[in-house]
Every structure is written in structure tokens, then in C-alpha cells.
Design a protein around this ligand. Structure first.
Ligand code: SF4
Length: 335
């Protein structure tokens, strides 16, 4: 493993078995189905895809909030999937999570002081009298004051609650934060404030982020590399600027074509995908995207595409790119 790699995910699977009753076989939901990627120290790596593609399950499985079905998760070289609970708990001090819903993720019966004190107590950080000072400093960093210490979550706006959620994750000075749709429940007007706070904290504390979102405008603004997920699989990985300038996978092209344009002079042809996202209970054979792909070939119906790696590290899983010499390659670039 590269020494710059903080998180490594290899062939990770998370399947759920659902009982159907006495005489019927159980259903297997392939929420995450054999994905691999790595996150470098100090970068912001995005997982993007439509709702239900497995990106949130990936985040929870990495932290073992839900146990993986198969595969490897390494953090700083340590195998997370094999750790006994006591050591996993210690590791969680270094790997934190920020949740989507700032209304649900803060205990309504606890004051802000109690909410921020809890992780320090659980992980036995600092002497008792130093903890309060640490909390006050953290509140200042997130743009709030000591006067808020004894208030309850319902007394705050959505943006302020998410700031508190972020403070709770950062107060332990972790190396790595998984942020699962951290701004999607917020008004557009406060989204950029929370994103800028996350970027400032990244600089100040040297944080590495795994940023999970369905919102490509946010991803373009704040991430370094992106993995695109579709039905539990990763279909494309690239540096953010490469992905937005020259997306390769037909699914990525469609997602990017739907991002609202920022300048009236810009022109963009929108690719409208037909059909619903198939169910992960019974994903299509071959390339799982073939039922909605405007470029689908005969081979796509039965054969799972291999990964093609380009010189700049950009990877794509699509038959159109499996052999660069084929005329298919030229075909997709002409669209
Ligand atoms: Fe479309 Fe085939 Fe590529 Fe899948 S493998 S994205 S169906 S062209």
C-alpha cells in the first residue's frame, strides 16, 4: 500500500439477507457489491450516485457501524474489518462521521455542552477541567460562542445544528471524517457556509474527508477525486476536474449533464436517462446500467465490464473503453 494512502477499501461487499417466509428463499440485497478504492491523506474523496446506489452503506461499513459481508478495509495500514471491538472503539476516535440530518443526529434532551463533552469522556480525552475549555475553543472555531453552551438543539437553526454536528466529530481531532450528505438537508443559502467551515477545518486540522453526496455541484466545489457509484458498484473514478471536463462512463455523463449551469452563456445538452434505477435485489446481468444506457451494446447484457485505467489514473468500467482501438471508443467521444 502507498504510504500516502490513509484508507484502503478492497473488494468490499455489504449484502443484506431478507427473510421471505417459511417456504420461500431469502432475498439478497447487494447494497455494496465488490468495490475498491483508496483515499489519500489530506484529500477529499467523493462518493456520488443516485439515492440507493450504496454510497451511505459504504460509509457505514467502513466504520463498521454495519459489518461488511466480505472484503478488506485498511486504515493507516490496520485491517479495520478484523479488529476486535475494544480496538475498533479506540480507532473510532480517529475516524468520525458527520450525518445528513442535523435534526436527528443531535440528542434533543442534551445541551450543546453535554453533546460536545460526551466524545471527550467516552474516549477519556483531556483532564476534566480542560474539557470545558476545549469545548469553548471548538465553539469559537465553528463561529459560535460560549453563550450557547447550555442551550438545546431545538434552539438552533439547521445550519447551526450541522456546525455542532461537525464540531462533535472534530473535537476528538480525528484524521478522517466520513461526511454523509452533510449539507443536503440545509437551505441552499447556508450550504456554502457549512462547506466553507469544513474546508477551513480540513486546513486547520489536516483532515481527510470521504464526502458522500448526490449533489454534483457541491462535489465539484469541494472534492479532489470522485468515485461514481451505480447499483452498489463503482463505475468511474477520476480527479474531480477530469471527471467534470471529460466524463467517460455514460452514467457519469448523464449525471453531469443534469447539473444546473452556473453561467447563462454556457450551453449544455442534457442527457435524460429513461427508466427507473433497477432494484439491488435483482440487478440486471452484465453491466447493471445496460437497461438505461443509450450506448448499450450486445456484450453489455451479459458481460460485466472490466476496469480500464488511463494514464492520468482515471478509471472506468464500461465495454466502450475495454479496447481503445475499437470504434466504440470513437463513437462515445463523438457524442
Ligand atoms: Fe453502457 Fe455498455 Fe458501457 Fe454499460 S458497459 S455503460 S451498458 S456501454
Amino acid at each position: 500500500m502507498d504510504s500516502n494512502t490513509l484508507l484502503g477499501v478492497k473488494n468490499l461487499k455489504k449484502h443484506y439477507e431478507i427473510a421471505q417466509g417459511m417456504f420461500k428463499p431469502n432475498i439478497i440485497v447487494r447494497a455494496v457489491d465488490d468495490i475498491s478504492f483508496s483515499v489519500n491523506r489530506g484529500e477529499t474523496f467523493a462518493l456520488v450516485g443516485e439515492s440507493g446506489c450504496g454510497k451511505s452503506t459504504t460509509g457505514k461499513t467502513i466504520l463498521r457501524l454495519t459489518e461488511p459481508t466480505a472484503g478488506e478495509i485498511t486504515f493507516n495500514g490496520e485491517h479495520v474489518e478484523k479488529l476486535p471491538y475494544r480496538r475498533l472503539r479506540a480507532l473510532r476516535k480517529r475516524m468520525q462521521m458527520v450525518f445528513q440530518d442535523p435534526y436527528a443526529s443531535l440528542d434533543p434532551k442534551k445541551t450543546i455542552k453535554q453533546i460536545l463533552m460526551e466524545p471527550l469522556r467516552v474516549h477519556k480525552q483531556f483532564a476534566e477541567k480542560e474539557r470545558l475549555q476545549k469545548i469553548i475553543t471548538m465553539l469559537e472555531i465553528i463561529g459560535m460562542s460560549e453563550a450557547y453552551l447550555n442551550r438545546y438543539p431545538h434552539e438552533f437553526s439547521g445550519g447551526q445544528r450541522q456546525r455542532i454536528g461537525i464540531a462533535r466529530a472534530v473535537i476528538l481531532q480525528p484524521d478522517f471524517i466520513i461526511a454523509d450528505e452533510p449539507v443536503s438537508a440545509l437551505d441552499v443559502s447556508v450550504q456554502s457556509q457549512v462547506i466553507n467551515l469544513m474546508l477551513d477545518l480540513q486546513k486547520e486540522f489536516g483532515l481527510t474527508y470521504l464526502f458522500i453526496s448526490h449533489d454534483l455541484s457541491v462535489i465539484e466545489h469541494m472534492t479532489d477525486r470522485v468515485a461514481v457509484m451505480y447499483l452498489g458498484k463503482i463505475v468511474e473514478v477520476a480527479k474531480t476536474e477530469d471527471l467534470f471536463e471529460a466524463p467517460k462512463h455514460p452514467y457519469t455523463k448523464a449525471l453531469i449533464s443534469a447539473v444546473p449551469i452556473s453561467h447563462p452563456a454556457e450551453k449544455k445538452d442534457r442527457i435524460v436517462l429513461t427508466g427507473d434505477v433497477p432494484s439491488p435485489v435483482d440487478p440486471p446481468k452484465g453491466c447493471a446500467f445496460h437497461t438505461r444506457c443509450p450506448y448499450a451494446l450486445e456484450i453489455c447484457r451479459n458481460n460485466v465490464p472490466e476496469q480500464t485505467i488511463f494514464d492520468n489514473g482515471h478509471t472506468v468500467n464500461c465495454h466502450l473503453f475495454n479496447n481503445k482501438e475499437e470504434e466504440n471508443y470513437a463513437t462515445i467521444h463523438s457524442h
